[in-house]
Write a protein that binds this ligand. Structure first.
Ligand code: LRH
Ligand code: MN
Length: 427
């Protein structure tokens, strides 16, 4: 798997030929940013977890068009994330999905991840599909199911996922339940909620003391009338009733059209119940598109609320919230798509760090609406790409990860090594 290693000298060599142009742009940008060294430190320390289930080509019920060279094993998935991290030094963790990524040998998997400088972020359980050797079906739900034996099967699976995570050094479990109903009358909402809460409580009791559980909500799909963890209010209710180690998880694609996600983020953070994110973008439903590719202003506004709210609670930007991508790649090279998502997230974070909070606060307290917008958009309209690139360079990454990825023909090398028809486990 040598090809996976992008040697440091190749990155330095590439950066040298791009450095003059980069330095010129950076100097132009930072002459008006007096705290840019502090911002650079924050950008260098900010790590985004890559989903193990998004390293192959995604698809829909209408079709899937594999791009070739996809990882055939957990080891090759870790190597692919290692490659991303070598290029941008901001992808220092992988988030596993069970049973798609069951580690056969924990020591080997930990050692391989460490070789690439990767940690194991949140573990993800799966009670939205029936596995070949599964006794009872989740067709009518898992933790909400009318049959307590099915609920127990779902609880046992989540406890098993925690066990895998403990062996790998993960510190959190994300539970996304597809449970719900497709037709009025199909479900008793109150019983579904209580059965789900009881089941989550059994999982909660199995959590090690230093672990978190993230309750991920979603408005619809695969159920199209009701979802038992359907919005931030329901997730907040579960997390509040479960206890201090339970939090909500905000997947940007899981909202009804025109939801004000930045306001939801602000309030969940205020209540100390915001656990983390699944970053992606969407125009219609849970489209799982590249972060910042459709609504970059919304992504900036979300980070604006995050910086304001985290600083208000003296939270550590790098470790107090779960930063994860959850995307699916139907038409792009999965690795290029993930590099673009990380870049968009780093840009939104850098712009949010540029916001003059004292001036914004003053404008808000004076109801100077136009001034408040001017202050926000001054940050959003600042091209911070040289700052994000400088953070990458100082961390040993490439000034332009995608350009280097292409100039090294990585995808062709992967296809040569793995074949053009390989299919990665996942969505
Ligand atoms: C559900 C979801 C969830 C994952 C799955 C892969 O839409 O966002 O986070 O388990 O995608
Ligand atoms: Mn998600």
């Amino acid at each position: 798997m040598k090809i996976m290693n992008i040697e440091k000298y190749k990155i330095e060599e590439y950066n040298q030929q791009a450095d003059a142009k980069h330095t010129r742009k950076l100097e132009g940008l930072v002459e008006d940013i007096n705290n840019y060294q502090e911002i650079l430190k924050k950008l260098i320390n900010f790590q985004i977890a890559i989903p193990s289930w998004a390293l192959g080509s995604g698809g829909t019920r209408f079709g899937r068009f594999p791009g070739g060279g996809e990882p055939r094993s957990l080891e090759e998935k870790i190597a692919d994330v290692g490659l991303l991290h070598a290029l941008n030094r901001s992808s220092g963790a992988i988030s596993l999905h069970i049973p798609w990524d069951i580690p056969e040998n924990y020591q080997e998997i930990r050692a391989l991840a460490a070789q690439y400088g990767l940690a194991f972020d949140a573990m993800n359980s799966n009670t939205f599909q029936d596995q070949p050797n599964q006794a009872l079906s989740y067709k009518f739900g898992s933790m909400q199911h009318v049959d307590r034996v099915v609920r127990k099967q779902a609880v046992d699976h989540n406890i098993e996922v925690i066990k895998h995570g403990i062996e790998l050094g993960s510190k959190s479990l994300t539970v996304w339940l597809s449970d719900g109903s497709c037709f009025p009358g199909q479900l008793n909402f109150r019983k579904a909620f209580q059965r789900t809460l009881e089941s989550l409580q059994e999982v909660y009791e199995a959590l090690p003391a230093d672990w978190k559980i993230f309750v991920e909500y979603k408005a619809f799909e695969p159920n199209f009338y009701s979802t038992t963890v359907g919005d931030w209010g329901q997730s907040f209710l579960y997390a509040s009733k479960l206890g201090a180690q339970a939090y909500t998880l905000v997947d940007l694609g899981h909202h009804l059209p025109n939801a004000n996600i930045e306001q939801i983020v602000s309030l969940l953070l205020m209540e100390g119940k915001l656990g983390g994110f699944h970053f992606n973008d969407s125009k219609y439903g849970d489209d799982d598109l590249t972060a910042g590719s459709i609504k970059p202003y919304q992504l900036f506004l979300i980070f604006n609320e995050l910086v304001e709210g985290m600083d208000a609670r003296q939270l550590d930007h790098t470790k107090d919230l779960g930063w994860m991508i959850d995307a699916s790649h139907n038409v792009k090279d999965p690795l290029e798509d993930l590099l673009q998502s990380v870049e968009a997230i780093m840009i939104a974070y850098a712009q949010a760090l540029l916001v003059d909070r004292t001036a914004l606060n003053a404008a808000q307290e004076e109801n100077d609406v136009a001034k408040a917008q001017e202050i926000l958009q001054a940050a959003f309209r600042t091209d911070v790409r040289p700052l994000v690139a400088e953070a990458r360079k100082r961390a040993g990454g490439a000034l332009d990860p995608i350009a280097l990825y292409r100039s090294l023909n990585v995808r062709q090398e992967l296809i040569k090594e793995r074949g053009s028809k390989t299919v990665a486990t996942g969505l």
